[in-house]
Design a protein around this ligand. Structure first.
Ligand SMILES: Nc1ncnc2c1ncn2[C@@H]1O[C@H](COP(=O)(O)OP(=O)(O)OP(=O)(O)O)[C@@H](O)[C@H]1O
Length: 302
């Protein structure tokens, strides 16, 4: 696929103009050690408004550690972490949120039996009336949730339905719309398509693009180079805690990105090892990353 090709839902595949804004979030030679274990080292990353920055990496590459630093769950132990050009060191996710950095985790924190609109406002409910007669402003919350979801292009049949009845993809979309409504400037999405099929992944990718088009800087964590390339403006590949690739869309093709992820040399070594295993026909294994593999099979954690 070339960088100009149209992707899911015709989402967003035009090459972008050169970065002209300042980064909202920046890591400079940042790293993190857990005791003796160096999970992340020498990582440079810039997150710009209006761009999707994809962070790719295999299991154990350091993706979770990276997002934990940016979202305020952990602190970096080396290098610098800047927000709006100023050094920061968050002690809690609340501090990150106060700076406009919101994180949507794969296992979404929702109350499955509560209606969609109620989950949209969970923890930040609208109220009306003076104390001590203050009560939930249910009508306003329903109206606002409906409006905000529609603004993002998300049309649900009934906001009264329990959120647990929505598909995984729809729940991710509600979470993205919620973060946008509550003023996120940077949205971190932790493997939002990992547990989804091809069609639902496409829907989520569409809303990632919608969040980007609303001006947010999106950090899209994924194992899947195909998903990343459909919406990404910038690609960072982590391997064993270091940044192996840091490239804009114009600088890397989908093929190159896939090869970085698949690790061509590792695949060759594996093929060599398997050649001694009875019943395995190594001639059937791909020479390098199989670019024709269906998107869903490349996804998912082990
Ligand atoms: N709390 C911790 N204590 C010690 N080591 C840790 C801790 N968290 C992560 N690590 C180690 O740091 C390295 C990077 O882990 P991390 O979870 O950031 O990778 P990842 O890319 O998110 O992997 P996955 O996709 O499997 O979640 C791994 O070697 C892991 O074992």
């Amino acid at each position: 696929m070339t960088s100009k090709e149209t992707g899911t839902h015709g989402a967003v595949l035009e090459d972008k103009a050169p970065e002209k804004d300042a980064p909202v979030v920046e890591l400079k030679a940042a790293g993190k050690a857990y005791g003796n274990i160096r999970a992340l080292h020498g990582v440079d990353l810039k997150v710009f408004p209006n761009q999707v920055t994809c962070v790719l990496g295999d299991n154990g590459a350091g993706k979770s550690t990276l997002i934990k630093i940016i979202s305020g769950l952990h602190q970096h132990t080396e290098g610098e972490f800047l927000v709006d050009g100023r050094p920061v060191r968050f002690s809690t996710p609340r501090e990150a949120l106060d700076k406009g950095i919101a994180t949507v985790y794969q296992d979404l924190a929702v109350v499955p039996l509560m209606p969609v609109w109620r989950n949209f406002f969970l923890g930040s409910e609208m109220t009306k009336g003076p104390w001590p007669l203050r009560r939930l402003d249910i009508e306003q919350m329903k109206k606002t949730a409906d409006h905000e979801l529609r603004e993002m292009g998300i049309v649900l049949d009934d906001l009264e339905q329990p959120i647990g009845t929505l598909s995984g993809g729809q729940r991710q979309c509600v979470a993205i719309a919620r973060a946008v409504y509550f003023g996120a400037r940077v949205l971190i999405l932790d493997e939002p398509t990992a547990a989804l099929g091809v069609k639902q992944s496409g829907v989520v990718l569409k809303y990632i693009a919608a969040a980007r088009d609303r001006g947010l800087g999106v950090i899209f964590i994924t194992h899947n180079p195909h998903h990343a390339y459909m919406v990404g403006d910038h690609f960072s590949v982590l391997r064993l805690g270091t940044m192996e690739l840091n490239a804009s869309r114009a600088e890397v093709s989908l093929e190159e990105l896939t090869n970085h992820m698949a690790g061509g040399a590792e695949l060759a070594a594996l093929k060599h090892e398997l050649s001694t295993v009875r019943g395995v026909d190594v001639e059937e294994l791909p020479e390098e990353a199989d670019l024709t593999a269906p998107v869903a099979s490349a996804e998912g954690k082990s």
